[in-house]
Design a protein around this ligand. Structure first.
Ligand SMILES: Cc1cc2nc3c(=O)[nH]c(=O)nc-3n(C[C@H](O)[C@H](O)[C@H](O)COP(=O)(O)O)c2cc1C
Length: 168
């Protein structure tokens, strides 16, 4: 089993996947990890759509500005569901539910890595088009294509930590 810090280090964006399907038990573990994430008031203000239907995936590629890797064997779409957090006003509706969906996606991405799978966080897409494909009124926040990776991650240069961390 990969340690927590190994998982963080291993997680990289992968944009090419093999056609090997993802085992049902792994899908369950990924979804369970998401549902264990923290959420505003513990209300879990998000919904996770699990998409395996080929036509829907093709349409998601188009809605994501032709990012072909969105057509992986398993596609998860995380949507903000502000119904229950509306009592917190616009902040609840607009921000907290979006944060909940984002955190849930983040937990999923790490679970994906820990299970030997790969993914890429896709945030560049037409919201209305994605909502239409999912037949939902909810706000889509993250598309996460998942599968067995078929490439090495791109080289990456992180900013120096001192540019990011402000000690005050
Ligand atoms: C909010 C957000 C939106 C992103 N949107 C896209 C996207 O639409 N398409 C894509 O290929 N990668 C997308 N990425 C992935 C980033 O490009 C990637 O995480 C970054 O380059 C760092 O590389 P790494 O994930 O391998 O560490 C997104 C990442 C985040 C966090």
């Amino acid at each position: 089993m990969m340690s927590f810090f190994q998982t963080i280090k291993k997680r990289r964006s992968i944009r090419s996947f093999s056609s090997k399907s993802v085992e049902k038990s792994k899908i369950q573990k990924i979804l369970k990890s998401s549902c264990m994430s923290p959420s505003a008031k513990g209300l879990q203000n998000y919904k996770i759509f699990v998409i395996e239907d080929p036509k829907k995936k093709e349409n998601l590629v188009k809605a994501a500005h032709d990012q072909e890797y969105v057509n992986s064997v398993l596609v998860l779409v995380f949507c903000a569901d502000p119904k229950r957090i509306k009592f917190m006003g616009t902040r609840g509706e607009k921000l907290l539910a979006v944060q909940d969906a984002t955190i849930a996606a983040s937990y999923a991405q790490l679970a994906v890595t820990a299970l030997g799978l790969s993914s890429v966080w896709v945030g560049h897409f037409k919201e209305k088009a994605v909502a239409q494909i999912l037949k939902t009124k909810l706000r889509p926040v993250v598309i996460l294509p998942v599968g067995y990776g078929n490439e090495k991650p791109m080289s990456k240069k992180n900013q120096k930590m001192k540019n990011i961390i402000k000690q005050i």
